[in-house]
Design a protein around this ligand. Structure first.
Ligand code: JHZ
Length: 397
């Protein structure tokens, strides 16, 4: 069947999300692209129109570290504990980052794949078996020769970052034991639409999966989803449990339940996406009016968490360093740099109490609970936050 792409949302010209600017490059022209989101009426896949190569995005300067959030570390530790109970012989992780997941296992049991060599160095130093390469059938064959088949393949926030899904799933079929499980976590399209989190779209998120689209892509490779866990992490993600079709594990009721929710919400229908686009435009206007009001009243606003997601918001809404003084972020590789496109300085995390701040824009809104717990003093002193989801507003707790 022919692919029929319908563009439904234009988020304007955007820089690459994780390309934080060094001081010496502040006046250099940045690489930009038009962030257009599309729906494929044939296979129901939602994707971005203009994409970059993996090498452009995931290289030896990659700044993101999964372990910077306690919530994420705890989340992956819990999953690892459950996996351990099944006594797997070998676990492979695609996109192992700084080892947030594999660190929970015995070194002999794991294989990590992390193409960003600066990040891969971290797990290599810890003596974990990691490959600084991109996932592909060729790599799967290479690993197979050395380690034989694996029982578990896990991937968190990575499969949606790889353009050629056919190559991804070919690789899975090569190395996954016939009775093995392929477990992936990625943002949920349903939650993204419900919560108006349009910032889930940026160059790295080539796809935002639904069950409907992912199951279509897997079927072509004789793979199927047999269980879904709806997760709170990253503002709403799905954990898909996938098996080879020939492995006859019983279908869990969560699959049909989630499918029903997606169909009921209208993820099969183009109209749903155009309605989302209308809400996004309203969200932009509202957020901008909040920032303009702060500026008019000489309020000091800073950002909390210089996320990849916030790059989309700031550039789409034209919120720059005249509206946000600076961002704070705990990630060493982002500090003393500037946000892509909008050139807002990123500072080290320091207690908010040290500075007189009127409002804090929550770039890392997905870790609101963790941040609010940490910033009790700021909140008790009347500190307020600006958040854009589900709609832009000022909150105090
Ligand atoms: P966080 C990245 O997106 C990129 P980002 C990637 N494409 C993806 O899919 C997700 O991760 C998973 C900081 N922070 O996780 C740390 C504090 O400063 O929402 C991070 O820079 N203080 C692979 O960047 C950022 O916020 C804190 O207390 O949108 C969070 O980034 C906490 C909790 C976080 O992902």
């Amino acid at each position: 069947m022919k692919n029929t792409f319908i563009d439904f949302l234009n988020l304007g010209m955007q820089p690459l999300a994780n390309s934080y600017i060094q001081n010496k490059n502040i006046n250099k022209k940045e690489r930009k692209y038009k962030l257009i989101i599309r729906f494929n009426e044939n296979n129901k896949l939602v994707s971005i129109k203009n994409t970059f190569s993996s090498k452009d995005m995931f290289n030896d300067e990659y700044p993101y570290r999964s372990s910077t959030s306690k919530t994420m570390s705890h989340h992956l530790k819990q999953l690892a504990q459950n996996i351990k109970k099944t006594k797997p012989k070998k676990i492979l992780e695609i996109g192992s980052n700084d080892g947030c997941f594999i660190r929970n296992f015995n070194r002999k049991k794991t294989i990590g794949i992390e193409p960003c060599s600066n990040v891969e160095k971290i797990t290599k130093k810890l003596k974990y078996n990691t490959y600084p390469e991109y996932w592909s059938p060729k790599l799967a064959t290479k690993i197979l020769k050395k380690h034989k088949k694996v029982n578990i393949i896990f991937s968190s926030n990575t499969i949606s970052h790889i353009k050629n899904l056919n190559e991804v799933f070919k690789g899975i079929n090569i190395i996954l034991d016939d009775k093995g499980l392929f477990i992936i976590e990625d943002p949920s399209l349903l939650e993204c639409l419900k919560k108006n989190t349009y910032d889930q779209f940026y160059n790295e998120h080539i796809y935002i999966f639904s069950y409907l689209s992912l199951s279509n892509a897997l079927r072509k490779h004789n793979l199927e989803i047999f269980k879904i866990e709806e997760l709170k992490i990253h503002g709403g993600s799905n954990r898909y449990f996938i098996k080879k079709i020939k492995n006859n594990i019983k279908l869990h009721k969560s699959v049909n339940l989630h499918k029903y929710k997606e169909e009921k919400y209208g993820l099969n229908n183009l109209k749903t996406y155009f309605n989302f686009a209308k809400r996004v435009k309203k969200s932009k206007n509202k957020l901008l009016s909040i920032f303009k009001n702060c500026k008019k009243n000489n309020k000091k606003v800073i950002g909390y968490g210089a996320t990849a997601k916030s790059v989309t918001i700031l550039n789409y809404c034209h919120i720059d360093n005249s509206m946000i003084d600076y961002f704070i972020d705990t990630t060493f590789d982002k500090q003393n740099k500037y946000t892509p496109g909008t050139k807002i300085p990123i500072k080290k995390y320091s207690d908010l109490i040290n500075d007189k701040v009127d409002y804090v824009f929550l770039g890392a809104w997905n870790f609101k609970k963790e941040i609010f717990n940490k910033e009790k003093k700021y909140i008790m002193n009347g500190g307020k936050f600006i958040i854009h989801t589900p709609y832009p507003k000022i909150i105090s707790k």
